[in-house]
Write a protein that binds this ligand. Structure first.
Ligand SMILES: [Zn+2]
Length: 602
């Protein structure tokens, strides 16, 4: 390896610019070679704090970090599958490079059970990576003299429960301290004299219930107290005039006043979760924060949530939000939270409503919402439509929703009535995902207004529906006529679905009472089953629907269709779908379990 592989890898490393080189070393040294999106977030944040640019917004600097991850991937220094990965040769290269300098101690994920011995903590040491070891305690009296040490990572030493009070006495230059996911119950006294400290990262210290005064840490930019056991805001918080990111998620028992929040005038990103607030602390406390751009907050109560949304409507600086509402546990929210932040720091405005009972009060949706996820709400209680439980907090252009995902809300009979003021305040511009809505009969009410349907659905690109047992038809021809941008339809396990596109309900005037019977039957059929065109549809999948006997009784023209499959639809007999105007199209293949054509079939 030394002779053949390393020189080749070294030359790819040398090819990177200086900042990318540092970032690569940093990725290799602070992980065990692979890290998930959450790990990437943490890694990028720490890297940003290390070389923070006071003039640029944190969000901008985080996003530069995400770009660097992509650049390393493009240079084949990182792989991305389910996780980010650095292969073992590249990691060995990184460790070799830092060993040349002696200024970096790279001992992450080495199964250490004790802190490295005294002689390894040299005076000129600058960075120490001890993430992910099994260090349980740091003995009393330990106090290394490292006057240039700027970064110490002790996170993910999941059994670490003690750091002696004097530990930081001789590390005056420390800027970044990460003790996340350790078992420490109290912080060492010497920590509170670290006047250069920029980032104090304590997330997941579940035994940490008290923090002494932070008043001297005047340069602190990032304070992460998420998933700790603290119940009171640390004293001295109001003195942290440089604080730009405060994470308190989901420290639900935390008491904090609106006043205290309002003193953090440079705050750009607030992550907070309050459980049973009687007043809207976040809303009131953040009103004067002119630099606040990103808010992540969890609410249990609809009226508190609605108050906050009306605050958002008044504040024009907030660029991005992730708001969650309901009785969800943090672990359930966390999945959305991580997903949310990858690909750029809070790049999507998202609302998640989970484990809620719909009350009399409607949930107000803020303007600019891009993703709405509703899960396990209003169970067992009939509510006709989504618009009977949601309302809009804005009256400008319709919100462009890229993802609407609804599952396990068995009270819903249809999604939108398309006759109320709320319905046209929304435009679905991406994916509609519906899962296990056992009461759902229609996507839109049979009495829906055509213009409202058009606003809502004409930009929908993907339709994904599963386990909706009350649906007998997926949609009417009228609704389908609006789906001119639809690219994929994926429907499965709707056990009672008889046809994908049903007939128009109202055709009473078309009874063939006069004239040539045959002609009128044809005409009537053309009116109840007009020829339908889905110009952009590339994939149509209808699987596991034993009652489905026809896709559509008229002609359905799908000129872009590349993939069709209908598996385990026993009653389906020759689906009438055509991909060209002359009615010909590709021959469909009958398989033992159904039909298919195309090349990309699951
Ligand atoms: Zn409506």
């Amino acid at each position: 390896m030394d002779k053949w592989v390393l020189p080749v890898l070294r030359s790819s490393y040398d090819f990177l610019n200086n900042k990318l080189q540092r970032f690569f070393l940093y990725c290799a040294l602070s992980t065990n070679g692979s890290f998930d999106d959450n790990g990437a977030n943490r890694l990028i944040r720490r890297f940003v704090y290390e070389s923070i640019d006071e003039t640029k917004k944190l969000r901008v600097q985080y996003n530069e970090g995400y770009n660097m991850l992509d650049k390393l991937k493009n240079h084949s220094m990182l792989d991305y599958g389910d996780k980010w990965m650095i292969n073992k040769f590249l990691r060995a290269l990184a460790i070799g490079i830092v060993e040349e300098t002696c200024k970096i101690m790279g001992k992450a994920y080495k199964n250490l059970t004790e802190i490295p011995s005294d002689n390894q903590w040299t005076e000129d040491l600058q960075k120490v990576f001890l993430t992910g070891n099994n260090i349980q305690t740091i003995p009393n009296g330990t106090c290394f003299k490292c006057s240039q040490l700027s970064m110490l990572l002790l996170d993910c030493n999941v059994e670490l429960n003690h750091i002696p009070d004097e530990f930081f006495n001789n590390t005056p230059a420390l800027k970044i301290l990460d003790l996340s996911e350790t078992m420490i119950e109290r912080l060492p006294a010497s920590l509170f004299n670290l006047k250069c400290l920029i980032a104090l990262l304590l997330s997941g210290c579940t035994k940490l219930s008290y923090i002494p005064s932070l008043g001297k840490l005047k340069r602190l930019i990032s304070l992460d107290l998420s998933s700790t056991a603290i119940t009171e805001a640390p004293t001295g918080l109001e003195s942290l005039v440089n604080l730009r990111r405060l994470s308190l998620l989901p420290t639900e028992k935390l008491k904090m006043s609106a006043w205290l929040l309002s003193t953090l005038i440079n705050l750009e990103c607030l992550e907070a979760g309050w459980a049973q607030c009687s007043t809207d602390v976040i809303g009131q406390g953040t009103q004067g924060l002119k630099r606040l751009e990103v808010i992540v907050a969890h609410f249990r109560d609809i009226s508190v949530f609605n108050n906050f949304v009306s605050f958002l409507a008044r504040s024009c600086v907030t660029r991005s939000y992730l708001l969650t509402l309901g009785g969800a546990t943090y672990n359930l929210l966390r999945r959305h939270y991580i997903h949310h932040s990858y690909g750029g720091e809070y790049s999507v405005n998202k609302i998640l409503i989970k484990n809620m009972d719909w009350g009399n009060e409607k949930v107000i949706l803020p303007g600019g919402i891009e993703e709405l996820v509703i899960d396990n709400c209003g169970r067992g209680k009939g509510k006709r439509s989504l618009c009977s439980v949601l309302s809009s907090g804005h009256n400008n252009n319709p919100s462009q929703i890229k993802l609407l995902e609804i599952s396990l809300c068995d009270g819903l009979e249809c999604l939108y009535c398309c006759n109320c003021p709320f319905c046209p305040s929304t435009q679905l511009v991406g994916c509609l995902k519906i899962n296990i809505l056992t009461g759902l009969k229609d996507l839109v009410s049979p009495y829906a207004d055509s213009l409202h349907q058009s606003i809502l659905f004409s930009h929908l690109t993907d339709l994904n529906i599963g386990d909706c047992d009350s649906m007998e038809a997926l949609m009417t021809p009228k609704l389908l006529a609006h789906l001119q941008n639809l690219r994929t339809i994926d429907v499965d396990c709707c056990w009672n679905m008889k046809e994908m596109v049903g007939a128009e309900e109202d055709h009473s005037e078309l009874e063939p009472t006069t004239g040539s019977g045959e002609m009128m039957v044809l005409l009537s059929n053309q009116l109840t089953h007009p020829t339908l065109i889905l110009p952009k549809l590339t994939s149509l999948k209808l699987n596991f629907m034993p009652q489905l006997d026809v896709v559509y009784r008229g002609v359905m023209l799908c000129p872009s269709l590349q993939t069709f499959s209908a598996n385990s639809c026993q009653k389906l007999n020759h689906p009438q779908i055509t991909i060209s105007n002359d009615g010909g199209g590709l021959p469909m293949e009958k398989t033992p379990t159904g039909y298919r054509w195309g090349i990309n079939i699951d």
